[in-house]
Design a protein around this ligand. Structure first.
Ligand code: SF4
Length: 355
C-alpha cells in the first residue's frame, strides 16, 4: 500500500475549505437533509447501507410517513414494519431497526444515543452508521467510511492494496481531516463528492474542487485507486413453487424470524436440480412437507430474483387443494397485500389478487 498523506495534511485547511465551499453550492437535495432529526437520519443511514440513494428515497418517505417518530416505530408490530420495508431487500435491516427502537425506548429513554459506545451496542449499527448519526445529527467529530468516502480518500492519497487492509489506514485518516466546526457537513461533502464527481469508473477530475490537491489526479491514473476486489460468480438456484388455493384462500408459510428474508411470508417452494417431471415432484413435496393433497394445474409463470449471494428462478404452478393442510397458513387472497412478502413472492401474489 502506498501511503503518502504528508503533502495533503500540510494543506488540510485548504482541502476542508474547498470541499465545504463546493458542498454548499452542489449538495444533493435529499429528504433526510431537511432537518437534523436523529431518528430520520438513523432510518436513512440504515436504508442506505446496501441500497442506492434513488431507490431509497420513496421508501424513506413512506417509512417516515408511516412511522413519523421513534415512538411510532416502537409501538408497531414487526409484520407491519416488514410490509412497509417490502421491496427494499436486506430485511434484517428492518428487523434491526425495529428491535433497536425498543432497546432505545427501554434503555435510553426513547432518545437515540449520542456516544459511539451506546450506538454500537444497538443491532444494525456498525462503525459507519454510528459515525454518520453522530456527525450529521449531533455534529460530533466522528469519521465515516462508506464506499464513496473510501474511493475519494484512496485517490486523494493514492492508497492501494487489499480493501480490508486499506481500511485500517483510511479510518484514522478520515478522522484526521474533519474540521472541528462542521463534521456533519464535511462528511456529507465527502460522500457527495464520491457520488457525483469522483465516480468509480470515470472520475470527473476537471470539475473536482480538490484536483490540485489530489495525488491520484496528479498521477494521471486516478481510476486505478482503490484496488477493486474480484467479483465471485453468483450461483443460480432453480426451484418449483406452488400457489395452493381452496375456498378463496391460499396456503403460505412464514420464514424463520432470523436469517435471509426472516419473518416474511412466501409460497411454498423447493429447490430442483433438473427440470423433469416437475408436476409430479411438486405434488409429492406438497404432500410431504405441507401435509396436503393437491391437483397440480397449469403453470402460472417463471419468476426471477437476484439476491446478493445467488440468483433465484421459480417455476410456479397453480394447485387446487383436495383436503386441508397441517402446515403453513391459509390466508384469504384479499388479505395478501397486508402480509410482508419478498419481491419475487409479491410478483406471484399479484397474479392471483383480483384487480
Ligand atoms: S481529482 Fe479526480 S480522483 Fe481526485 S478526488 Fe477529485 S475526482 Fe477524485
Amino acid at each position: 500500500m502506498a501511503i503518502s498523506k504528508d503533502l495533503l495534511l500540510l494543506n488540510k485547511e485548504k482541502f476542508q475549505t474547498k470541499l465545504l465551499q463546493w458542498f454548499q453550492k452542489n449538495k444533493r437535495d435529499l429528504p433526510w437533509r431537511k432537518n437534523r432529526d436523529p431518528y430520520a437520519i438513523w432510518v436513512s443511514e440504515i436504508m442506505l447501507q446496501q441500497t442506492q440513494v434513488n431507490t431509497v428515497i420513496p421508501y424513506y418517505n413512506h417509512f417516515l410517513k408511516t412511522f413519523p417518530t421513534i415512538r411510532d416505530l416502537t409501538k408497531a408490530n414487526l409484520s407491519k414494519v416488514l410490509t412497509v420495508w417490502e421491496g427494499l431487500g436486506y430485511y434484517s435491516r428492518a428487523r434491526n431497526l425495529h428491535q433497536a427502537s425498543r432497546i432505545i425506548a427501554n434503555h435510553f429513554k426513547g432518545k437515540i444515543p449520542e456516544t459511539p459506545k451506546d450506538l454500537l451496542s444497538l443491532p444494525g449499527i456498525g462503525r459507519y452508521t454510528a459515525g454518520a448519526i453522530l456527525s450529521i445529527a449531533y455534529n460530533k467529530v466522528t469519521p465515516i467510511l462508506d464506499g464513496n468516502v473510501k474511493r475519494v480518500l484512496s485517490r486523494l492519497f493514492v492508497v492501494s492494496g487489499h480493501p480490508k487492509k486499506t481500511e485500517e489506514f483510511l479510518w484514522p485518516l478520515s478522522e484526521s481531516l474533519i474540521p472541528k466546526g462542521s463534521p456533519g457537513a464535511f462528511n456529507q461533502a465527502l460522500m457527495d463528492l464520491g457520488s457525483m464527481i469522483c465516480t468509480p469508473k470515470i472520475p470527473n477530475c476537471l470539475s473536482c474542487p480538490l484536483k490540485n490537491l489530489c495525488q491520484g489526479y496528479l498521477s494521471g491514473k486516478p481510476e486505478s485507486y482503490p484496488l477493486r476486489s474480484v467479483k465471485k460468480k453468483v450461483p443460480h438456484i432453480e426451484a418449483i413453487a406452488a400457489v395452493i388455493q381452496k375456498d378463496g384462500k391460499v396456503l403460505l408459510r412464514q420464514r424463520p424470524p432470523r436469517g435471509l428474508l426472516g419473518g416474511l411470508w412466501e409460497f411454498p417452494h423447493w429447490k430442483i436440480e433438473e427440470k423433469r417431471r416437475l408436476r409430479l415432484r411438486l405434488r409429492n413435496y406438497i404432500k410431504k412437507e405441507m401435509g396436503v393433497n393437491v391437483e397440480v394445474k397449469e403453470p402460472i409463470g417463471t419468476f426471477h430474483q437476484t439476491y446478493s449471494h445467488f440468483k433465484l428462478t421459480l417455476h410456479v404452478f397453480k394447485c387446487d387443494a383436495i383436503d386441508g393442510s397441517r402446515k403453513g397458513k391459509w390466508i384469504p387472497i384479499k388479505n395478501l397485500s397486508l402480509l410482508p412478502l419478498s419481491s419475487i413472492h409479491r410478483k406471484i401474489a399479484k397474479t392471483i389478487i383480483p384487480k
